[in-house]
Write a protein that binds this ligand. Structure first.
Ligand code: AMP
Length: 190
């Protein structure tokens, strides 16, 4: 089963992805985590993307597509992937469809976590205080949210058109959002 967890930054995608990994044995593919690992290691890739991430802008499509491509075999072996923070542009979504198709696979569901801006700001404030991630500061977060609204939210009609989009209320606590996701996935027999 291949799922996309879709939503703005701080919607809870990472938290819910980790739970699905534990419960369903799928592989979480978070391009944000991969890019942070690259910057932490000081690799050439990390050095290329650091300033873009610090500014809250999107890293180029070719970089994140290549990162995902590197992990698809492992995901396939595990029985599927949970894509978290990818795709974020139409070019990424089309590449993902093509990469999966060439493996005889597809996206089965796109779970959109719906959270309003006030709640996102509250969550990001807490996360910034607790984890101290530089791009969670209020000013950079505004840039990230704008990038989501401008470049990523337009993917919703793409997946709606494919009949794969499920909307879940992401405003509740972790357990209630998890329960809603489970209901949404219950009909899935892959
Ligand atoms: P995230 O942890 O998913 O919020 O990602 C943190 C940052 O990594 C983003 O603000 C972008 O700069 C970069 N990033 C992560 N995933 C992508 C993606 N799919 N496309 C472009 N940039 C990304």
């Amino acid at each position: 089963m291949n799922l996309i967890l879709f939503g703005p930054p701080a919607a809870g995608k990472g938290t819910q992805a980790k739970r699905l990994v534990t419960e369903r044995g799928l592989v979480q593919l978070s391009t944000g985590d991969m890019l942070r690992a690259a910057t932490a290691s000081g690799s050439a890739l990390g050095q290329r993307v650091q300033a873009i991430m610090d500014a809250g802008d999107l890293v180029s499509d070719d970089i994140v597509i290549a990162l995902i491509d590197e992990h698809l075999t492992a995901a396939e072996d595990a029985g599927g992937a949970i894509f978290d923070g990818f795709p974020r542009t139409l070019a990424q979504a089309e590449s993902l469809d093509a990469m999966l198709k060439s493996r005889g696979e597809k996206i089965d569901r796109v779970v959109r976590l719906k959270v309003d801006d006030a709640m996102l700001l509250e969550r990001i404030g807490k996360r910034f205080a607790e984890a101290g991630r530089a791009d969670d500061n209020p000013e950079t977060f505004k840039v990230r949210l704008a990038a989501y609204n401008r470049q990523t939210a337009p993917l919703l009609p793409y997946y709606q058109g494919q009949g794969k989009l499920i909307e879940v209320d992401g405003m509740g606590d972790i357990a209630s959002v998890a329960a809603e996701i489970d209901v949404a996935l219950a009909s899935l027999t892959v």
